[in-house]
Design a binder for this molecule. Structure first.
Ligand SMILES: Nc1ncnc2c1ncn2[C@@H]1O[C@H](COP(=O)(O)OP(=O)(O)OP(=O)(O)O)[C@@H](O)[C@H]1O
Ligand SMILES: [Mg+2]
Length: 360
């Protein structure tokens, strides 16, 4: 998690990252076996093969790297790997390893077959990375004794272990480190049907009765991300308990999510402000990032890092060489009519009617 700049928009309901008080709620909803892990079919199947063949051979499975955006289930899968193997799990993270000595202390105390989970592995210190290559390949650490020209490396054997690394930025991992993972799981965003399954499971665990329509409505607003789905579910549950009879219906889901300013496509206040500004002040663009940011009273970095990724991914905004452009789908979503000469980036006909998202 990163500290927002002073004055920067603090995203709550639809942040893909976990809030500081959210860990406990998440732990309660985390699937513990591969069979309860919804979606990511290909990753699940490949992983299940890796785990079962290792168990058959009676050896530690290949090291696994999980990469993908926040909230898609990397930590969850790491825990499932250890539990499927029946192995102890050691948890650490890149930022916690500031010197190679920190890593040596962890590696040299691993038990045979233990699973070592390194979260945010791209943030590990360089010298530690080098130590990790050797440990992954040869199950050995070179402990430096002494300083300066007289320093010597004493090789120390360590127990065979399985490293599970997680990263939101696989591109930042040096190639030698990436290459030493036998298996890379690339996590993708979830579709609505998968999110609905996750929501039904979570509602069951929370003891909250939920209609199928309510699940579909929450899923649609969850930006393809299980963490957001579970968070919106908790908000709707709270609302249903206070304002209704505790049952999650389409009506309570809509009222609750409207109250939290999460719209029918999962856009929040900042996302909508960006679209609104793009349309009302710049005729739909193209407009440069910093001009657009000023018009919504945010830093360009905030608009670029917080609002834009989802707006672009879901097809509301196009990035063109001349700037940001609102797509026909965005005009439609905001219930506005584009001016006849709207640019649409590639010079699309302004009358083009997109039938993309269903806005109730
Ligand atoms: N496939 C899934 N099935 C069911 N629940 C899931 C799934 N993926 C994620 N979740 C739920 O979403 C929440 C967030 O998942 P998790 O913490 O594993 O994400 P992450 O990828 O590690 O995120 P980060 O990058 O922020 O560390 C968890 O509470 C978990 O219960
Ligand atoms: Mg995680």
């Amino acid at each position: 998690m990163h500290e927002p700049d002073p004055g920067a928009y603090e995203r709550e309901a639809v942040s893909p990252e976990a809030g500081s008080d959210e860990q406990q709620a998440e732990r309660a909803l985390r699937p513990r076996v591969l069979g309860d892990f919804v979606g990511q079919e290909r990753v699940r199947e490949q992983l299940s093969l890796v785990l079962h063949s290792a168990q058959r051979r009676g050896s530690a499975p290949d090291h696994v790297l999980m990469s993908g955006p926040p909230g898609l289930g990397k930590t969850t899968l790491a825990m499932i790997i250890a539990s499927e193997l029946g192995s102890p799990l050691r948890i650490s993270s890149g930022p916690a390893i500031e010197r190679s000595g920190d890593l040596a202390a962890v590696l040299s105390t691993l038990q045979e077959g233990e699973v070592l989970f390194l979260d945010e592995i791209h943030r590990m210190a360089r010298p530690a990375e080098e130590m990790l290559y050797v440990a992954m390949e040869d199950f050995r650490v070179d402990v430096m004794v002494g300083k300066g020209p007289g320093a010597t490396a004493i090789p120390l054997d360590i127990a065979p272990f399985t490293l599970v690394g997680a990263t939101t930025r696989a591109g930042l991992l040096p190639a030698p480190l990436r290459d030493r993972f036998g298996f890379t799981a690339q996590m993708d965003f979830y579709d609505d049907e998968e999110l609905e399954r996750i929501l039904h499971r979570s509602a069951g665990l929370l003891g909250a009765p939920m209609d199928a329509d309510a699940a579909a409505e929450i899923a649609r607003r969850s930006r393809g991300t299980p963490r957001i789905a579970n968070r919106l579910l908790r908000r709707v549950r709270d609302y249903a308990e206070v304002r209704g009879d505790g049952t999650l219906t389409l009506g309570t889901a809509r009222s609750a999510l409207d109250l939290y300013e999460v719209d029918a496509s999962g856009l929040d206040r900042l996302d909508r402000a960006v679209l609104d500004s793009l349309m009302s002040k710049f005729r739909g663009g193209p407009v440069g990032l910093s001009t657009l940011a000023v018009s919504v009273g945010e830093e360009p970095e905030t608009v670029e890092a917080v609002a834009e990724p989802f707006l672009v991914r879901s097809g509301f905004v196009a990035r063109t060489p001349r700037g940001r452009v609102a797509t026909p789908m965005a005009w439609d979503h905001m219930g506005r009519t584009p001016p006849p000469d709207a640019a649409f980036g590639a010079g699309t006909d302004a009358d083009t009617d997109t039938d993309e998202s269903v806005t109730p």
